[in-house]
Design a protein around this ligand. Structure first.
Ligand SMILES: [Zn+2]
Length: 306
């Protein structure tokens, strides 16, 4: 018999961005925090095994384990609320209430993000955008007058939008309007099917629609090890407790390389370009910027395309 399990064995992993089958693999696990969020009966030590995959052709990296829609909903339901923080601190002791509050009210990062978006659209768009959609934009706080005067947000969390921003609740509703500019910030590193999402966004393309997406610039095999220098930066930050961090560091050293956390896709400028072009778009500008945030600095890739 050729049952479902036999079929699983013959599936060949392909790069999610360029389709290359010659991938490099590193064995790891799904992190305890993610396991506890997406399953009802998780016990530490029974973490799902997975592999971190690297495509040498387009330099995209991703985890082999792809969460279902239901698992993704569970992971991001009431994101960074009290329950989220308490469960995360149980497994990652540095993630205190203070850290969670700091991330939830990170106006420094918000202003840096707005500065980069305003500069890239002023440089590349022929006319000032009027209608703007922020896909996955929560309450719509990112949107400024320079990005458009008619502001819309589509977000599965359905949180109430800030004044002056209209919340749209379904893709059908989103499709009814024309947009001069469509933003999608800090989302593609989280989604199970990034190329599929970009192809869905393409359905919203109208006469003169520009697209902007931003993702963290990350190369897990080269720079994102839990390094001493990163830890020192965290240790000198007064919002962390030093002794708990040291304990966490030693616990973390025993784990496999890069357990799967919230970022399941890692982009470089090259792989971001490959994804945008493979979805049928043309890149107008692709930048890498260092932006300040409450936990230090982050390197962000920004792409503007049509
Ligand atoms: Zn690839």
């Amino acid at each position: 018999m050729f049952g479902p399990n036999d079929l699983m064995d013959v599936i060949i992993m392909k790069c999610l961005i360029c389709g290359n089958e010659q991938l490099e693999y590193t064995d790891t696990i799904v992190s305890s925090f993610v396991m506890a969020r997406i399953s009802d009966s998780f016990e530490e030590g029974s973490n799902t095994k997975t592999r971190l995959c690297y495509c040498p052709k387009c330099t995209f990296a991703f985890y082999e384990y792809r969460m279902t829609d239901d698992e993704q909903s569970r992971l991001y339901l009431n994101y960074r609320d009290k329950n989220y923080q308490e469960l995360r601190e149980k497994y990652e002791c540095w993630y205190t209430k203070k850290v969670n509050n700091a991330l939830n009210n990170d106006t420094l990062a918000l202003h840096e993000q707005q500065r980069v978006i305003e500069a890239i659209i002023a440089k590349n768009m022929k006319t000032k955008p009027v209608s703007v959609l922020d896909w996955g934009g929560n309450e719509g706080k990112t949107l400024t007058p320079a990005m458009g005067s008619e502001k819309y947000v589509y977000d599965i969390s359905c949180v109430p939008t800030v004044e002056g921003v209209t919340g749209l609740s379904s893709f059908e509703e989103v499709k009814k309007r024309h947009y001069d500019l469509i933003l999608c910030n800090m989302l593609f590193e989280h989604v199970s099917d990034p190329l599929g999402l970009l192809r869905q966004l393409k359905e919203l393309s109208g006469d003169g629609t520009y697209f902007y997406i931003e993702v963290p610039s990350e190369t897990p095999f080269k720079t994102n090890k839990f390094s001493i220098s990163q830890n020192l930066r965290l240790l000198v930050n007064p919002i962390h407790s030093k002794t708990r961090l040291i304990r966490y560091y030693f616990k973390r050293r025993k784990l496999p390389f890069m357990p799967m956390a919230e970022h399941i896709n890692f982009f470089t400028a090259e792989s971001l370009r490959a994804m945008v072009e493979n979805a049928g778009f043309t890149i107008l500008d692709l930048q890498e910027n260092t932006e300040k945030c409450v936990l230090g600095k982050s390197t962000v890739l920004s792409a503007l395309f049509v």
